[in-house]
Structures are given as C-alpha cells and as structure tokens.
Design a protein around this ligand. Structure first.
Ligand code: MF3
Ligand code: CO
Length: 259
C-alpha cells in the first residue's frame, strides 16, 4: 500500500526535511583533507540531536553509524570510521532524520579539495539526473517514468545506473512502498498521485553498474573499483507537482528545472 499524506503530515515531513538539509550543510562544511569520516558523522549527529530529532539510520536493521559516509568507489552505506579524507576524494553523505513521527532522507556527493574535471562531470550528471527524475514525479505519471528519466540521461552520457539499490517511498517509515528504481520503462509501475512521498536517489557509476558489499556487511562498492556518485531528495507530490523537502541553501537554482 502506498500512503497518501495529509497536509498535516506533510507539515511534519517538511520539518524533517529542513533539519536533514541543515544537517547536510554541517556535514559538507566539515569535509576537508585530514578529517575522518567519523568526525563528520559526529558533527552531523550532534546537530540533528540539537534540533530534537534523531539520526534515522542509527540502529536501522543494525546499521552502526549515525549517517552514511561513502568515499570514491564506495556507492552507499559506508560506515563512519577512522578513514582519513584526502585531497581529490569524493565523499557521499547520506543523512536521515526522524522527528514527530516522520522521516526524511537525502544524499549529496562533495569533492575533497581539488578533483579531476572528469570526476566533476560524473557528479554533475548524477545531480542533473536527480532533478530530471523529480521533474517526472508528477501526478498521473508512473514510477517507471522517474527511473526512465534517470537511466536515459545517465546512459546517454556514458555512465551506468546502479540496479541493486533503489529509491523508495518514505513517511512514518524510512522505507515504504513504492520502490523507485533509477532505471526502467516509461509508463511502468504504480501511478503517482498527490500526497505520495518518495525519496528519489540516483546512484551513478563511472564504470559498470555492478556493485558488491564489503565484509563489514554494509559498505556497497563498485565491482570494477571505479568512482560512484549519489544524490537524493525526499519529495512530496502536492497538487499534482513535486515539492522538494530536502533542498539546501544555495540549491534554489534547481527549483527552476522542475514544474
Ligand atoms: N538512505 C539510505 C537508503 O535509502 C538509508 C540507509 S539506512 C542504513 O537506503 F541503515 F542502511 F544506513
Ligand atoms: Co534513501
């Protein structure tokens, strides 16, 4: 069953989204050469708790971290630890918060110092694909239109879309129906309606799409060791059109790309 959220529930989801976006700014500002992934996670966790919210991933299915910090070929679910960030790395922060019964979930990929132009291009295509996908999340469209928007754009640019992990409905649970793949057929899957809340999260690999999980049982890496990029927003379909609940300050330009 796909939940349809009331205006009152959407207000609570907005609050969760605002806290998550502000937490992402804290995480971003902590990224520099010499910092450990655990230091970033701790800054973000303290901020979330200072807002009266909870870091939603901590303990989720036994996940040991407050947020996910995934570096370079790590796609998602990197566990914060003593890994030291180096100039030229890319870091994916994936943050979820829980407050007043509702969840929000977002991810961004950031550079550590100067990175190669080709790495910037991978990140830019991933971010663009997220907003193309959001633009497809209108009432009357289908979940498959979202995945198709990501896949067609990303593959046209010569990259690949991760298949093993997907976006998802979100609300009073971190993961709800429907699954929101980043690939698929236009017109396929459930029909989108106002009141639905989904986390859209393209994971884009510079090389092949296959991934594997490390012995820590969480960290997902690319099979070929090439870089991976990830961007995610929680969105509600309201009056037929997507409203982004996890936009950060400075990202207002993306609003012009959606209806
Ligand atoms: N943002 C991640 C997702 O949508 C949430 C990871 S929860 C964790 O799957 F516990 F696995 F880290
Ligand atoms: Co998610």
């Amino acid at each position: 069953m796909i939940n349809i959220r009331s205006e009152d529930e959407i207000k609570k989801l907005r609050l969760a989204g605002e806290i998550t976006a502000a937490a992402m700014e804290i995480g971003r500002d902590g990224i520099k050469p010499g910092t450990t992934t655990q230091e970033i996670s701790e800054k973000v966790r303290s901020f979330i708790e200072s807002k009266g919210a909870k870091a939603a991933f901590l303990g989720y299915n036994g996940y040991p971290g407050a947020i996910c910090v995934s570096v370079n070929d790590e796609v998602v679910h990197g566990i914060p630890g003593d890994r030291v960030l180096e100039e030229g790395d890319i870091v994916k922060l994936d943050i979820g918060t829980y407050i007043h019964g509702f969840f929000s979930d977002m991810a961004r990929t950031f550079p550590v110092g100067e990175i190669f132009e080709e790495t910037k291009a991978l990140m830019a295509v991933t971010e663009e694909s997220l907003y193309l996908a959001i633009n497809a999340a209108v009432a009357g469209n289908h979940v498959g239109d979202i995945g198709n928007a990501v896949q067609s754009y990303v593959e046209d640019k010569g990259y690949s879309v991760v298949r093993a992990l997907v976006g998802h409905g979100i609300g009073s649970n971190l993961h709800e129906e429907p699954q929101v793949p980043n690939f698929g057929q236009a017109g396929g899957g459930p029909k989108l309606k106002s009141g639905m809340v989904i986390a859209i999260e393209p994971m884009v690999n510079a090389g092949k799409y296959e991934v594997r999980t490390l012995e820590d049982e969480w960290t997902v890496v690319t099979n070929d060791g090439e870089l991976s990029s990830h961007f995610e927003n929680t969105c509600v379909i309201r009056d037929g059109f997507p409203e982004i609940l996890t936009l950060m300050n400075g990202e207002e330009k993306w609003l012009k790309t959606i209806r």
